[in-house]
Design a protein around this ligand. Structure first.
Ligand SMILES: [Zn+2]
Length: 495
C-alpha cells in the first residue's frame, strides 16, 4: 500500500498531492515545493498552524489535480506524532473525496528536528493506520480506503529508505486487526467465535496454536476462568499462540521467551454485580487486551522476530444467569490459592491469574507482560489516552514507557505499595478479588495480580482508557484503537 517514490514532482500525475508545512521553517530543499508552499502562505487563509489545512486545485506548477497543505505548527514542536497526525488527517480527507491514490511529500531528512527515522516511521504509521474503515455492518459502503499511498522524497532516489515501509505496514496491519476484533459486536464474537477467529488468523503463520477448552480448563483446575465464564451460554476457553523463530543452523545462545497475556472478556455485563446502563454498550471492548496480544503474535511471526513469544489469551463472556458466579463464592485458582469473589465485575483479574500462573509454570518466560482493560479506576487516574504500567522491575517498566513515547501509545508508571495489599484480605479465603474501599482500584487490581506472579520481570499494563475511542482521532476512527500492538512490537525489541 505504501511505496517510496522520487523523480520530477512537476510531472507526477496524482489526484492529490500533500505537502506538510511548518509555521516557521521550510522543510524542503526542492525549489518547486518551496514555491508551492509560498503560494499557500500567500493565500492568507493558511498560516501552517497545527491543525490547519487548505486545498488548492490545478496549481499550474504541478500535474496534481489537488494540492493539500497540512499545517504542522511550530518547527521546534514537530515530532513523530505530529507527522503521524498530519499523514492520518490527509488520508482521511482523500477518503472522504473518494480519491484512491495520493502522493505525500516527505520533509527532507536534514530539515527535521529530532530523529529523522522516528519522523518517517510516524508518517508511515499515520498513513497506514488511518487508511482503514470498519463498515462490514453497513449496507451502504460510501467510502473506500486508498489503494496506494506514495511517499515522495528526492533524498531516496533509489526508491529505498532507511525505514522499511513494509515492516511499518506489517505492524500497522496488526493494529488494524486488533481494532477489527474490538469493533465486532458482542453477538458476533462470543467466546467460541472469537477463539475461532483468532485461530483462523494465526493458522497461516509460523505459530503453534493450542486451545484449552472447558474440559481442559477443568482438568487444569483453572477456577478463575471457569467461574467468570460460568454465566454465559458460550463456553470459556484459553487460546495459546506459541511462536518460535525458525532455528538457525548453529545458534548456540539460548533464545529468550516472552509471555504476553491478554484479557479477553468478549462482553462484560458485570455478572451478578450487573453494571449500570451507562457504558454497557461499550463493554464489547473488554477483550482489547486479548485482541492486542493475538494481533501482536501474528505480527511477530510475520516479521520473524528472534525471540520465542507465547500469547496466552483467556476468553470468556461475563454474564448473569442461574449458573453465574455469585458474590461470596470461593474459587480455587490454577495456582492452588483460593479467591473469595467480592464482586463479579472484578472478573478480568480472575481470568488473568490463571493464564499468568499457567504461563510461568509451562513456559518459564524471561519476561511476562499482560495487557488488560482492567479498571475504570485507571481511567480516572490517567484519562482516556494513557495506560497505567505496574511493575517491580524498573528496567522493564522503563522499556515500556520509552516505547510508549516513541509509538505515542503512552504509558505512565503507577505504584505498587505493599501496604495496600492489606485491603485484599479475605476472612474466608486466601485473598479477595476486590477491596471494600472506593479508592486506588487500579493499584489494588495490580497488587491482586502480583500475588499470583513469581517472576520479577513482569509488567501489567492497564489499557482500560486508551483501548477504545469514543470519538475519532487523526489516525483512528471511533471504536477500538488497537492500542498495545505497536507498543509491544517496540518493547520486545529490547528484551
Ligand atoms: Zn468487569
Amino acid at each position: 500500500m505504501i511505496k517510496m517514490i522520487s523523480g520530477d514532482l512537476a510531472k507526477l500525475d496524482t489526484p492529490c498531492l500533500v505537502i506538510p508545512v511548518s509555521e516557521n521553517k521550510n522543510l524542503f530543499h526542492d525549489p518547486l515545493i518551496s514555491g508551492l508552499i509560498q503560494k499557500a502562505i500567500n493565500s492568507i487563509d493558511f498560516k501552517a498552524k497545527s491543525g490547519e489545512e487548505i486545498f488548492f486545485y490545478d496549481m499550474p506548477e504541478v500535474k496534481a489535480k489537488r494540492t493539500l497543505f497540512i499545517g504542522l505548527g511550530k518547527f521546534e514542536k514537530i515530532n513523530g506524532e505530529t507527522l503521524r497526525a498530519a499523514a492520518g488527517k490527509s488520508i482521511k480527507r482523500c477518503i472522504k473525496r473518494n480519491i484512491s491514490t495520493m502522493i505525500f511529500c516527505v520533509p527532507d531528512e536534514g530539515e527535521m528536528p529530532g530523529d529523522s527515522r522516528d519522523m518517517l516511521e510516524g508518517l508511515m504509521e499515520g498513513a497506514c493506520l488511518s487508511n482503514y474503515i470498519f463498515d462490514q455492518y453497513k449496507k451502504d459502503k460510501k467510502h473506500k480506503p486508498l489503494k496506494q499511498i506514495a511517499l515522495y522524497s528526492h533524498a531516496h532516489k533509489d526508491g529505498k529508505s532507511h525505514v522499511p515501509a513494509s515492516s511499518v505496514e506489517t505492524v500497522c496491519r496488526g493494529t488494524i486487526l486488533a481494532r477489527e476484533w474490538v469493533n465486532l459486536p458482542p453477538n458476533d464474537k462470543r467466546p467460541e467465535q472469537f477463539v475461532q477467529s483468532i485461530r483462523r488468523k494465526a493458522e497461516n503463520e509460523n505459530i503453534r496454536i493450542s486451545i484449552l477448552d472447558e474440559k481442559a480448563l477443568k482438568k487444569h483446575k483453572m477456577g478463575g476462568i471457569l467461574a467468570v465464564g460460568s454465566g454465559s451460554r458460550s463456553r470459556p476457553s484459553m487460546i495459546i499462540l506459541d511462536y518460535s523463530p525458525k532455528k538457525s543452523v548453529k545458534s548456540k545462545t539460548k533464545i529468550k521467551t516472552v509471555a504476553l497475556v491478554g484479557k479477553g472478556v468478549t462482553f462484560d455485563s458485570g455478572g451478578i454485580n450487573l453494571k449500570p446502563s451507562d457504558g454497557l454498550a461499550d463493554m464489547k471492548m473488554d477483550m482489547s487486551g486479548a485482541a492486542a496480544v493475538a494481533a501482536a503474535l501474528i505480527t511477530i511471526s510475520r516479521l520473524k522476530i528472534g525471540l520465542r513469544v507465547v500469547g496466552l489469551i483467556p476468553i470468556v463472556e461475563n454474564m448473569p444467569s442461574g449458573d453465574a458466579a455469585r458474590p461470596g463464592d470461593i474459587i480455587t485458582t490454577f495456582s492452588g490459592k483460593t479467591v473469595e469473589i467480592g464482586n463479579t465485575d472484578a472478573e478480568g483479574r480472575l481470568i488473568l491469574i490463571d493464564a499468568m500462573s499457567y504461563a510461568e509454570k509451562v513456559y518459564k518466560p524471561d519476561a511476562m507482560i499482560d495487557l488488560a482493560t482492567l479498571t475504570g479506576a485507571c481511567v480516572v487516574a490517567l484519562g482516556e489516552k494513557i495506560a497505567g504500567v505496574f511493575s517491580r522491575n524498573r528496567e522493564l517498566a522503563d522499556h515500556i514507557i520509552d516505547s510508549g513515547e516513541k509509538t505515542h501509545e503512552r504509558c505512565w508508571m503507577m505504584p505498587m505499595p505493599e501496604d495496600y495489599k492489606e485491603m485484599l484480605k479475605s476472612d474466608f479465603a486466601d485473598i479477595k478479588n476486590i477491596t471494600g474501599v472506593r479508592w486506588g482500584g487500579a493499584i489494588t487490581a495490580a497488587l491482586f495480580l502480583s500475588e499470583f506472579v513469581q517472576t520479577d520481570r513482569w509488567a501489567h499494563i492497564d489499557i482500560a482508557g486508551p483501548a477504545y475511542a469514543k470519538k475519532e482521532t487523526d489516525y483512528c476512527a471511533a471504536g477500538g484503537t488497537g492500542f498495545g500492538v505497536r507498543l509491544v512490537m517496540d518493547v520486545i525489541k529490547k528484551i
